[in-house]
Design a protein around this ligand. Structure first.
Ligand SMILES: [Zn+2]
Length: 239
């Protein structure tokens, strides 16, 4: 194929642009923030499940606390009533004795309830602490994800812009060579990927390294300065 040194330089520069596009595309796919964001989402699901468990336990414990409190309040009323009855009984000792026994029973039950409520309060304090820790962990996860998302957008945006620039550069370079060369480059690129063009050196294709027999070498030289490798079919620069 016909090609000026400028054409060859443009093809090699187009190939460099293709390399750059490939590397930047891989960088975009492998941005570390992707993994961070995914891991944050998994952690958030786990933390929300934990918070739901803590909330259920808190609700259950608060119910227990209310039941104990209600019982204590009704016992307090009863206690006051019995106390008043004892005072009203005056010299009726038998009646007063029975009332006093009743009062003892109420007193013991209220004491047991007081202990139970103190225990429940300690449990509730512990649950509150767990809840606070879980909420703070959830906030940390949200902050980490927000930061990673921000960085992902920034880095991703930068890479996408650079890829678009390289694509534009490639097209502009290919528009500067003959249609024949541009078509050959594009077709080979579609078929072979990033490595499109090599040099014929020491009787070998510089890309696939296949040795080319002397008869074919004469043919290649007749097609210089640009032809195809008879083995890998890439563009070959023959000087
Ligand atoms: Zn080859």
């Amino acid at each position: 194929m016909q090609a000026t040194p400028f054409d060859i330089e443009s093809l090699l520069a187009a190939q460099q642009a293709d390399f750059d596009i490939k590397h930047m595309t891989r960088d975009l796919e492998e941005l570390p923030q992707r993994a961070t964001i995914l891991s944050c989402r998994q952690k958030r699901d786990a933390m929300k499940a934990k918070i739901a468990k803590i909330s259920a336990l808190k609700k259950e414990t608060e119910k227990k606390r209310t039941r104990a409190q209600d019982e204590d309040s009704s016992l307090e009323k009863k206690e006051n009533g019995v106390q008043a009855a004892i005072e009203a009984a005056g010299n009726d000792y038998r009646n007063a004795e029975a009332r006093t026994k009743e009062l003892d029973g109420i007193f013991r039950r209220r004491q047991a309830l007081a202990e139970q409520m103190a225990q429940i309060d300690a449990e509730l304090a512990k649950i509150g602490q767990l809840e606070e820790q879980a909420m703070s962990a959830l906030a940390d996860i949200d902050a980490t994800e927000a930061e990673a998302t921000e960085a992902f957008k920034r880095e991703g945006g930068r890479l996408k812009a650079s890829i678009a620039d390289a694509q534009q550069k490639r097209e502009s370079l290919l528009s500067q060579v003959t249609n024949e060369l541009a078509d050959a480059y594009r077709l080979t690129s579609e078929r072979m990927g990033t490595v499109v063009i090599g040099r014929f050196e020491d009787g070998r294709c510089g890309v696939c390294r296949a040795g080319i027999d002397p008869g074919r070498q004469i043919e290649l030289k007749a097609q210089a300065p640009v032809t195809f490798c008879p083995i890998c079919k890439r563009l070959l620069i023959v000087s």
